[in-house]
Design a binder for this molecule. Sequence first.
Ligand code: ADP
Ligand code: MG
Length: 254
Amino acid sequence: MTESPILEIENLSKALGGKPILSGVSFSVRRGEMKVLIGPSGGGKSTLLQCLNFLHLPDAGRILLDGQAVDPRQRKSLYAYRQKVGMIFQDYNLFDHLNALDNVSLALRKVKRMPRADAEARARAELARVGLADKERLYPAELSGGQKQRVSIARALAMDPQVMLLDEPTAALDPELIGEVLTVIRELARSGMTMIMATHQMGFVRSMADEILFMQEGRVIEQGTPEMLLDVECGSRTLDFCTHLAEFESGGGE
Ligand SMILES: Nc1ncnc2c1ncn2[C@@H]1O[C@H](COP(=O)(O)OP(=O)(O)O)[C@@H](O)[C@H]1O
Ligand SMILES: [Mg+2]
């Protein structure tokens, strides 16, 4: 018997500024799965992730969580969904005027209505889980990029999400800080968290992705395991794209 998917995306379409950005995107995600979105800039990865959290309302299509279609026009349905689907952004989205502990505990108090002491205890546990137990009093301006991204992961985890959406979580980081964030994400995946992550960190993709979705011009044009799509002889668009990426990086980039 196959387990039913935790998340189903059916025929999602979205236009922005009169231009189609996503066109009929469909896929499903199993519990505990790591799906990776790859593809050229402008291909629609961020727009897709934002639709999956209803930061953009899809023009057409459906999103089902645990078999239940989400109706973003019903506040209750939307808020319940958002608590179950955490989002990590490239630029962290922390509150600059709050220290790490308050960044992580705020939604527990305001959204989950936890008493302050309980919310702070939970926030401390999540900060410890991402290796920041000794940084709770520091403000975003006093943290490195890697530490800020780990605070944002702790904040998402504190809400007990069933699925995490990650939009190029290491793209804004200096190279020496990428590893510490990927280590946290790897541990999360190993603990069974379901994730959809846009990333071009190919070592991570090869070792961690259960499936790659290659997106171009708002469509998923290839879908398969890293073994299938990154095999040197497979001739996939994914491989071609990733090879150019590697050449660019080894050429020094900027
Ligand atoms: N608010 C917007 N209005 C109009 N076009 C947009 C808007 N946001 C994104 N786009 C366009 O949507 C396309 C897909 O962008 P995006 O989802 O950010 O792709 P990716 O994350 O793969 O780089 C791009 O052509 C971008 O210019
Ligand atoms: Mg993007």
